[in-house]
Design a protein around this ligand. Structure first.
Ligand code: ZN
Ligand code: MN
Length: 258
């Protein structure tokens, strides 16, 4: 038997057998988006995928291929669409991709699904895709399909955030390409982190509204790093990862009675 929790690394009979045995499926949602000069464009793919793989190993789950294109980057949470390498899809497209993938998982016997979002702007379109899928699944006569949907970062514990941010947590939107994402990348893909390129033009000073076109004085740091990445460490990344894995796994066990 192949020792993998990744759906795309299993044979079809192995996938079918694990699903028949009741394995939950985790579906990570990512993006291809700028994360400053010190991090790669795939941060929002690597992080939810890594979180899901660790959870899957704890609970006997399977990780479906991560959706690599996210909903359009917004200036106040991801820097915006103008950065080279940021490749986004319309919210409508994103919701339909999610609908199709979830519908197919359900038709193939999956009854326990966890959608794990890793890109801020995917939040509401993922709710939409899930709702569209559930309608079709119900029309197909499947009545025992259960799905959870979450943002992995919501599972960081207060004590962990207080120890990582002694001066106060800046808020998750501003954490784009900043201390949390950089520390987590140091855990999962240290080969892709260039700490000597961490910029010092943040934090952002946005007003509490969007404006298009974005004016020059909107408060967006030119580097695309919205808060501060200085001080990122493997230890901080490990502390966050431990929170995510422990508490998401506990929630999944609770909801699915595992
Ligand atoms: Zn990100
Ligand atoms: Mn993002």
């Amino acid at each position: 038997m192949v020792d993998s929790v990744r759906l795309d690394e299993l044979s079809w009979p192995e996938f079918a057998a694990r699903i028949a045995a009741g394995a939950p499926v985790l579906l990570p949602l990512g993006s291809t988006e700028q994360h400053g000069p010190h991090l790669p464009l795939n941060v929002d793919v690597v992080l939810p995928t890594g979180v899901c793989e660790r959870i899957a190993r704890k609970i006997g789950g399977i990780v479906a291929p991560t959706v690599p294109y996210g909903c359009k980057s917004m200036p106040r949470s991801g820097g915006g669409e103008q950065f080279p390498g940021t490749l986004s899809v319309d919210a409508h497209t994103f919701a339909l991709v999610l609908r199709d993938v979830i519908r197919n998982l359900a038709r193939q016997g999956v009854r326990r699904l966890v959608v794990v979002n890793g890109h801020y702007e995917n939040l509401w379109p993922s709710v939409e895709g899930l709702d569209l899928a559930r309608r079709e699944i119900a029309r197909d006569g499947i009545t025992d399909f259960t799905v959870m949907r979450l943002e992995y970062w919501d599972f960081a514990q207060r004590a962990t955030l207080e120890s990582i941010f002694p001066a106060g947590f800046p808020g998750i939107e501003l954490e784009h390409a900043s201390l949390m994402e950089t520390s987590l990348m140091m855990v999962l893909r240290p080969d892709l982190v260039e700490m000597d390129k961490v910029p010092s033009d943040g934090p952002a000073t946005f007003p509490p509204y969007d404006r298009f076109p974005v004016p020059d004085d909107f408060g967006l740091p030119p580097s695309g790093v919205l808060a501060v990445a200085t001080g990122s460490t493997v230890e901080k990344g490990e502390a966050l990862m431990a929170d995510y894995v422990t508490h998401i796994a506990a929630a999944v066990r609770k909801e699915f009675g595992l």
